[in-house]
Design a protein around this ligand. Structure first.
Ligand code: 3PG
Ligand code: MG
Length: 398
């Protein structure tokens, strides 16, 4: 995919003295008092802002925060806590500007301002052209750096890219595009995907799309239970979606037809109740009792998965394979995390639970690329062309 990189514009001196509008994803979690509980997205957005400042641009940054009602300002929807945190992290003042769509505020070269929650603007969600044109008129260069929101076609993520004089990808968006292209479009094989988590239904499109591309599709969690049902195994009272067994069979058949496979767990860790202190029992997959809950893959299955991960050329990881939050049921996910860390494969991981597992086992530095996207990452795995990529590609083409 062709797109203009903001880093190229900067190194060519084309951002000097220009009004640069950065759409970041600063949609961070907050507690009831509004305190930011996790600031990865703010940290991940700083390189683009710093790049623009270093290039001598006058910098405007905006983001959405939550899903507020357009045109109805409420204090809890304000980006003020984000402005404060950004200022602390960058060690410089970051002024928050409200009522900004018609301009009328000043920002000097070498200065950065944060424009209040863009989802408060009427017409944002539906990408109304009247709004998008106003956003485009605020800048000389539009920088899309909000990968977490790249699957949305809103005025500040899509419309502005149509109307701004120049539209390009910021360093975070470019890194995400490069990593997913490397993993999915031109992977070193064998390409292995781990798709786990509670529900097949929410990940069915991903499974179908990956089934046409990957060499091995490793399933875990509730998804694996549904595949065990499809393979004729009993799963007791484990979480599964019985109505999707035929879809699971179709995925298995599609993989087989290509000489690829979906390995079904041969052993599992079970309990009688879903609790951290529930006694854990390792058993063969064929021996699951009617009152059992499967809460992790067994050690033999985990060892086989680890062997395959060690031999992989590329690994895509979305979802823990067991209830890793409970010590008795974390082994599968821990073994998978260790194997990904040790493997020489290029690995890419994404999704909230997956990031929590990566943090728990401290393998951040050993994963090739950790995506900042939730829904956006899943849509990339579904094989969709995200609106952000499409519009930036079109603007690069002229
Ligand atoms: C996210 O948190 O997944 C992104 O910021 C996108 O938010 P949205 O789902 O409200 O569009
Ligand atoms: Mg969200």
């Amino acid at each position: 995919m062709q797109f203009i990189r903001f880093s190229d514009l900067c190194s060519q001196g084309r951002a000097r003295g220009q009004r640069v509008f950065i759409r970041a994803d600063l949609n961070v979690p907050q507690d009831d008092a509004g305190h930011i509980t996790e600031d990865t997205r703010i940290r991940a957005s700083i390189p683009a802002i710093q790049m623009a400042l270093d290039a001598g641009a006058a910098v405007m940054v905006t983001s959405h925060l939550g899903r507020p009602t357009e045109g109805e300002f409420k204090p809890e929807d304000s980006l003020l806590p984000v402005a404060t945190r950004l200022g602390e992290l960058m060690d410089r003042p970051v002024r928050l500007v409200t009522d900004w769509i018609d301009g009328g505020f000043s920002v000097a070269p070498g200065e950065v301002v944060l424009l209040e929650n863009c989802r408060l603007n009427v017409g944002e969600k539906k990408n109304k052209p009247e709004l998008a044109k106003k956003l485009g008129a605020l800048c000389d260069i539009f920088v899309h750096d909000a990968f977490g929101t790249a699957h949305r076609a809103e005025a500040s993520t899509y419309g502005i890219a149509q109307f701004a004089p120049v539209a390009c990808a910021g360093p975070l968006l470019a890194a995400e595009i490069d990593a997913t292209t490397r993993a999915l479009a031109a992977p070193r094989r064998p390409l292995l995907a781990i798709v786990a988590g509670s529900k097949v239904s929410t990940k069915l499109t991903i499974l179908k799309s990956l089934a046409a591309n990957v060499d091995q599709l490793l399933v875990g969690g509730g998804i694996a239970n549904t595949f065990m049902l499809a393979a004729g195994l009993k799963i007791g009272k484990s979480l599964a979606e019985a109505d999707l067994v035929n879809e699971a069979k179709a995925v298995i058949d599609a993989m087989k037809a290509r000489g690829a496979e979906v390995p079904i767990p041969t052993d599992v860790v079970t309990a009688k109740t879903f609790a951290a202190d529930a006694p854990a029992t390792v058993k063969q997959a064929a021996d699951v009792a009617d009152d059992d809950l499967i809460l992790d893959i067994g050690p033999e299955t985990a060892r086989k998965l680890a062997e395959q991960l060690m031999k992989a050329g590329t690994i895509v990881w979305n979802g823990p394979v067991g209830v890793f939050e409970f010590a008795a049921f974390e082994n599968g996910t821990k073994v998978v995390a260790d194997a990904i860390a040790k493997s020489s494969a290029f690995s890419i991981a994404g999704g909230g639970d997956t990031l929590a597992a990566i943090a728990k086992y401290g393998i951040e530095k050993d994963v090739g690329y950790i995506s900042t996207g939730g829904g956006a990452f899943l849509e990339v795995l579904e094989g969709k062309t995200l609106p952000a990529f499409e519009v930036l590609g079109r603007r690069a083409a002229g």
